[in-house]
Design a binder for this molecule. Structure first.
Ligand SMILES: [Zn+2]
Length: 374
């Protein structure tokens, strides 16, 4: 049985602080959904061996898809802090009574953590190299702006003494850099952790595909790992987020909590229900404020509003059908052989494709006759 490196979320709550708002400077307490995502990312294999880095974990990387304003930036900030100076590498299973004592790691906060018997233990990287990554500076700024006060206003200020405008120096020669697809001279480096933000916007034309593959090679060389955070994406754009989500690999932790398909974003009451669902894991968010913002964006671009605040994969700037209604009608119909079937669709125009697929049913019944009509 796999078990999480539980010291990681505990360490985060002890060392990271809320970066902004009325509770600025107070301990950063993880919400249930945030805790689950962190715990899954640090899920240790039952056969993990001391000395293994990425291989000690069930997941090679993780993906979190949540609505706008859910609080992804502070969570990325917390990941960066713990990957920078916290116990994120597997260091054996406890036989009982072992302690993690902050004093042994240059932290004077007074915290110590006692492991249970059989629990995975953690240790920090000796020379961490972290790249906060996005396709534009605006996006990396979001993360960086949350990260700096998270360090400066809490106990981490004692360990991480210099938080500069451009990068942050870590003890032991490590550093936290900011990287975009436009300024990527540091990309070939051997990275230990990469939070990749808004991968729904990482497409081929803005260098996003190359950014992702180059960075993954750098991570693989070090046994490092990445997390992707994003809004729901436009399925016509073939973004990195979409590719990750559709990848069959079992070693990717995908966390995409989608609102029930029968709710229609165009209906005000349904939309309210979607927001209540989407922000349940972020009780610090005011649903009323989200409604006001979404209402404004709906006027301009309904599809984008549905992606951003509805947390739904919606095509283009104007979908030709109501995806929620379509999904709610989804059903399998088994028909006898030679039954005529009619398919209707809005064909592709520019920069997209049309494909007709079929799903063979188990038990010898075949649906592929639909394909023979073409
Ligand atoms: Zn400490």
């Amino acid at each position: 049985m796999a078990s999480p490196l539980l010291i990681v979320p505990e360490w985060v709550e002890q060392h990271c602080v809320i970066p902004d708002g009325d509770n600025r400077g107070n301990p950063f307490v993880l919400g249930d959904e945030q805790f689950t995502f962190v715990a899954n990312h640090y899920m240790v294999r039952s056969d993990a061996l001391v000395g293994q880095k990425a291989e000690a974990f069930i997941f090679r990387r993780s993906q979190l898809v949540r609505a706008q304003k859910w609080g992804k930036s502070p969570l990325i900030g917390a990941f960066v802090c713990v990957e920078g100076v916290g116990p994120v590498l597997f260091d054996g299973f406890a036989s009982g009574r072992e302690m993690y004592d902050c004093r042994d790691f240059g932290c004077g906060c007074g915290w110590a953590y006692e492991y249970d018997q059989g629990e995975p233990m953690g240790r920090p990287w000796s020379t961490p190299l972290i790249q906060i990554t996005a396709t534009s500076e605006d996006q990396t700024d979001n993360t960086y702006d949350a990260l700096r006060p998270m360090i400066e206003l809490g106990p981490l200020a004692e360990i991480i003494r210099h938080t500069g405008e451009e990068f942050i120096r870590l003890p032991g020669g490590g550093r936290i850099d900011v990287v975009t697809s436009k300024a990527n001279s540091r990309l070939g480096q051997r990275v230990t952790f990469a939070p990749q933000d808004e991968t729904g916007l990482w497409v081929k034309s803005n260098g996003g595909h190359k950014l992702a593959s180059t960075q993954r090679r750098g991570l693989a060389g070090m046994g490092g790992r990445a997390i992707e955070t994003t809004n729901a994406w436009d399925p016509a754009q073939d973004s990195v987020a979409q590719r990750t989500f559709e990848a069959p690999s079992k070693d990717i932790n995908k966390d995409f909590r989608q609102p029930p398909a029968h709710l229609s974003f165009g209906d005000k009451r349904d939309r309210h229900k979607m927001f209540v669902f989407n922000y349940a894991g972020a009780p610090w968010v005011s649903v009323a404020a989200i409604e006001a913002e979404a209402a404004e964006l709906v006027q301009k671009d309904k599809a984008e509003a549905e992606r951003f605040f509805g947390n739904r994969i919606v095509a283009g700037s104007g979908a030709w059908l109501d995806f929620a209604r379509w999904e709610s009608k989804k059903a399998t119909h088994v028909v006898p052989d030679k039954t005529p079937i009619v398919l209707g669709f809005d064909g592709s125009d520019v920069d997209d494709w049309t494909g007709i697929g079929h799903v063979p049913l188990s038990g010898g019944v075949s649906q592929h006759r639909a394909g023979q009509l073409f």
